[in-house]
Design a protein around this ligand. Sequence first.
Ligand code: PGA
Length: 226
Amino acid sequence: MKKLFILGNWKSNKTLSEAKSWLADVDRTFPALPPHVTVIVCPNFLALPLFAEKTHGFSVGAQDISPYETGAYTGEIAADMAKSLVSHVMIGHSERRKYFGETDETVAEKTKRAIAAGIIPIVCVSAIDQVQALAVLAPEFSGKGIFLYEPLFAIGSGKSDSPENADRVAGDIAALFPTVPIMYGGSVTAENVTGFINATHLSGVGAGGASLTPHTFLALITSVIA
Ligand code: PGA
């Protein structure tokens, strides 16, 4: 059975008390996962220590990481600081590229930092040139990293891409990085997830909106493992 990943990206949402209540609800009802399924929750940085208080049925990731080492970089969280709290990190989400000016070079730097710290990088891409830009890191990234393909029109719009289109792009990505798992993201829900996980070149999904309430997130996971 192919490996499947389900990623929940909270983005810039949830106070500490909202995070606590989400976690309590999800922990209470989290299903036993089959061995081929990995769930990765990416809360905001402030909530991360809450997740370290006990073990969960899912992995924990950060939404971003500094392109620099620890030191005089005000406001940044370096990979070495995050590594005791997370196993994965999202890098280069299209919102980081759009609102925070992240370039392919920044994404490559962050990816290098994550790999050096032993954190699995989940590199977000919305076009094939962003994949090509990572070719310099191919030997390190292959075997360690994951791609999350998210077409811009589908993010937060309620209009997901079709599984056929997403699979076609994933096929192009796979031609460049044959051993790297590729997930699809963009308006994924419990209702439409099956088409994506069944697509030949896809190995799971990333969800923003659907990860925000325990009910919709657990419904998504249940659809995948059903
Ligand atoms: P969405 O976000 O599921 O709300 O469309 C996906 C993402 O940006 O990771």
